[in-house]
Design a binder for this molecule. Structure first.
Ligand code: NAD
Length: 271
């Protein structure tokens, strides 16, 4: 087997469907020879249709590089521990861990940040931020020297992006978490980075206002367009692989350059 991930194995979280950023990254990791274990959001015990499991099963079905699929709600410590157990029994050690998980209650996401409820804030932070700590902690003894942890963030954690609201506050905390985990895990030669993606159409993205942002990015970004799922996948491969061996505690923007702008630039031509 050739490829950047030949002989490497790891965990992919956050695949909901074909549009998920986690899937865009996982597809390319597997193409490059990496073996992947997957998690899915648990289905309700009385739901015989098992939609969450079924959707991911359909995606990985027949791919020899997809080694297992297990349920995990990241707010449940037992689930997280059992995913680490599964990685241990299936793989022994792992070389990469992808955290591609975020959630805020829609009623809080829609509110001005100033009116965020305490419960909504706690849940959003637990799922979108603490989960990176929990997964990293549960897997730190399995992650080989030279391995890589990657999370997904957004520019709304660096600057106020109206409509992104409480999720922007979560992303600011996630960005800081990346830096602190990079420090904690550096002595083990485990790297921790974030990929800051421009807007892409996904189920969570739509809830967070992606549709409105696509036009703005096209008009303002130096490349004059939006990014593709494939481009996020390629940069994910870079950050999860040895290609980025000297990079940790970093936020890599994959956004056609939007974050580099300090004025609306070519958008002004439209007025
Ligand atoms: P997505 O809906 O496909 O992925 C979000 C995932 O989070 C889903 O698989 C969902 O099941 C999972 N999740 C939610 N609550 C969970 C819980 N309690 N336990 C376990 N898993 C849980 O959407 P996406 O856009 O691919 O989002 C992935 C990441 O990328 C998120 O962190 C998101 O903020 C980030 N991101 C997205 C965009 C975008 O434009 N879509 C841009 C920048 C960053």
């Amino acid at each position: 087997m050739s490829g950047l991930f030949a002989g490497k194995k790891g965990l992919i979280t956050g695949v909901f469907n074909k549009q998920s950023i986690a899937w865009a990254i996982a597809e390319q990791v597997m193409e490059q020879g990496g073996d992947c274990g997957f998690t899915h959001m648990p289905d309700k015990p009385d739901d015989e249709r098992r939609k969450n499991q079924g959707r991911v099963e359909k995606l990985i079905d027949g791919n020899p590089r997809a080694k297992f699929l297990v349920p995990m709600d990241v707010t449940n410590d037992e689930h997280v521990a059992s995913v680490a157990e599964k990685c241990k029994s299936e793989f022994g050690n792992i070389d990469f861990l992808l955290h591609s998980i975020a959630f805020a209650p829609p009623e809080d996401l829609k509110k001005d940040t100033v009116d965020t409820s305490r419960e909504g804030f706690k849940l959003a932070m637990a799922i979108s931020v603490h989960s990176l700590m929990a997964l990293s902690s549960a897997h730190k003894d399995l992650l080989s020297p030279g391995s890589s942890i990657l999370t997904l963030t957004y520019f709304g954690g660096e600057k106020a992006v109206p409509g992104y609201n409480v999720m922007g506050v979560c992303k600011a905390a996630l960005d800081a978490t990346v830096r602190y985990l990079a420090y904690d895990l550096g002595p083990r030669d485990i790297r921790v980075n974030a990929l800051s993606a421009g807007p892409v159409q996904t189920i969570s993205g739509r809830g967070a206002g992606v549709d409105e942002m696509l036009g703005l990015y096209e008009a303002m970004a130096p490349l004059g367009r939006n990014i593709t799922h494939e481009e996020v996948g390629k940069s994910g491969v870079y950050l999860l692989s040895d290609m980025s061996s000297g990079v940790t505690g970093e936020i890599l923007h994959v956004d056609a350059g939007y974050n580099a702008m300090g004025s609306p630039g070519r958008l002004l031509d439209k007025f």
